[in-house]
Design a protein around this ligand. Structure first.
Ligand SMILES: NC(=O)c1ccc[n+]([C@@H]2O[C@H](COP(=O)([O-])OP(=O)(O)OC[C@H]3O[C@@H](n4cnc5c(N)ncnc54)[C@H](O)[C@@H]3O)[C@@H](O)[C@H]2O)c1
Length: 435
């Protein structure tokens, strides 16, 4: 079986590499020519654990190749996956121009018996509309929808051992083709759920909105903890032990960000209205998450007596979460920019050395490790919960800083560790420690 993947971003590249690891012949296509030239040389453009090794292995085995020529890429494929971006438009709706752009370009070159599978997250009704669009333009192409649930930072593991595969199909032909493509997972007893197109499309948005709500809920509980003397880490642990709730996505922090939850909650909130339904819980989640960023700014400003002018602020982590270089909609953007705007001198260390971040924070200084980043700092702010920040030697850090003030927006440290460190410690959802 030959597979083509259009769009070699976080989803397309991982999917292409993993399908080639299953043993299929895969060609990854992108209209970003320099990205494809790098990939051909074995250079992975994103930070994703183990992706480079798996990619090189499959390139060397002759199963994985890259092209920027969409016609050449799709010509021999039995299945063409579309994994281009679907960012938010300014009105909050999903921008489908990349999906339609790709469909338009590839349709004349696809093999008549091949299946077109949309993997990009698209509003309910899009796959059917794409089908209609193809028909209206004289192309008899079977279209299916296959949402992707991988998490950046654990993308290969998630693709290779997902909790489930959801396949929105309308024909036996599509069912058979996708069964073949996912057979390596089917034999591992991973549930494969066949549904209609609309159900598959909505399943993706419903999953992301639910997880975004869960994060937002624990952040609201954190606000209450700060005022009532409870400890949010302990509350999260206690409620997470209940199997009906589960422990995941109950980590407090500066609010959800990234390339999925913000845009997908926003798109769901938008397109549900087209079906005459409002979703107040989703709407409230979006508002609460936006407010969270402001609250985090107030927290930092508050411990700095509302004056950060000329203060040396050491920022640890700027990516929207650990184990990725992705900066899309990261809470750090508005937080750090606010500090910069108010005259702070910002120094950043992020273990991904994110190029995206360097373009965003042009006025910041960058360090190669957490300790150097804190030399002479007036305030240290932990923004992303990278594993290496969990075991910082706080005594060493204390000797390096000018002023022992630690703002931990992920509440990584325990209250006792903070007390012992001698830092004035401001975290989320727990008592303020005077130092
Ligand atoms: N990033 C995630 O963690 C994640 C997880 C699940 C689902 N998704 C969904 O998957 C989709 C892709 O997300 P992503 O993060 O991989 O996006 P991305 O922005 O990282 O990658 C998209 C790629 O598509 C390419 N592209 C755009 N138009 C093209 C065209 N006409 N021909 C060829 N290439 C083209 C771009 O150059 C880019 O490299 C989105 O709909 C997203 O919501 C993302």
């Amino acid at each position: 079986m030959k597979i083509a993947v259009v769009g070699t971003g976080y989803v397309g590249l991982v999917s292409g590499v993993c399908f080639s690891e299953f043993g299929f012949s895969v060609i990854c296509i992108d209209n970003n020519v320099s990205k494809i030239e790098d990939l051909k040389k074995g250079v992975v453009p994103i930070y994703e654990n183990e992706l480079d090794k798996l990619m090189l292995k499959n390139m060397n085995a002759g199963r994985l190749s890259f092209t920027s020529d969409i016609a050449e890429g799709v010509r021999d494929a039995d299945i063409v996956f579309i994994a281009v971006g679907t960012p938010s438009k300014t009105d909050g709706s999903a921008d489908l121009s990349y999906v339609y752009g790709a469909v338009d370009e590839l349709a004349p070159h696809m093999n008549k018996n091949a299946i077109l599978v949309i993997k990009s997250t698209v509003p309910v009704g899009t796959t059917r509309a794409v089908k209609q669009f193809l028909q209206d333009n004289g192309f008899d192409i079977e279209v299916a929808f296959n949402p992707e649930f991988l998490r950046e930072g654990a993308a290969i593991e998630d693709f290779m051992r997902p909790d489930r595969i959801i396949l929105g199909i309308e024909s036996k032909k599509a069912e058979d083709a996708l069964k073949r493509a996912y057979r390596p997972l089917f034999v591992l007893s991973i549930p494969i759920v066949f549904t209609g197109l609309e159900t598959a499309e909505l399943s993706k948005y419903a999953a992301n909105a639910f997880l975004a709500m869960k994060i937002t809920f624990i952040n609201e509980v954190a606000n209450l903890c700060e005022n009532c003397g409870a400890d949010v880490k302990e509350v999260a642990y206690a409620i997470g032990l209940d199997k009906r709730i589960g422990e995941q996505f109950l980590q407090v922090g500066p609010g959800y960000g990234g390339s999925c939850f913000p845009k997908d909650t926003s798109a769901l909130n938008d397109f549900s209205k087209n079906f005459g339904v409002s979703m107040p819980l989703v709407e409230e989640t979006i508002k609460s998450n936006d407010a969270r960023r402001i609250k985090m700014i107030q927290k930092i400003m508050g411990v700095c007596d509302n004056d950060v002018k000329n203060k040396n602020i050491s920022i640890l982590g700027v990516t929207f979460k650990a184990n990725t270089d992705d900066m899309r909609d990261s809470p750090s953007i508005c937080i750090v920019n606010h500090l910069l705007k108010n005259g702070a001198k910002i120094k950043i260390y992020d273990p991904s050395f994110s190029e995206q971040a360097k373009k965003i924070f042009k006025d910041a200084e960058w360090s190669n490790n957490a300790y150097d980043n804190c030399n002479g700092a007036d305030v240290v702010v932990i923004l992303t919960d990278w594993a290496e920040f969990r075991a910082i030697n706080l005594a060493d850090l204390r000797r390096r800083v000018k002023n022992p003030l630690l703002v931990d927006l992920r509440s990584i440290y325990t209250v006792n560790e903070a007390k012992a460190s001698g830092f004035v410690y401001c975290s989320v959802g727990r008592p303020f420690i005077e130092g």
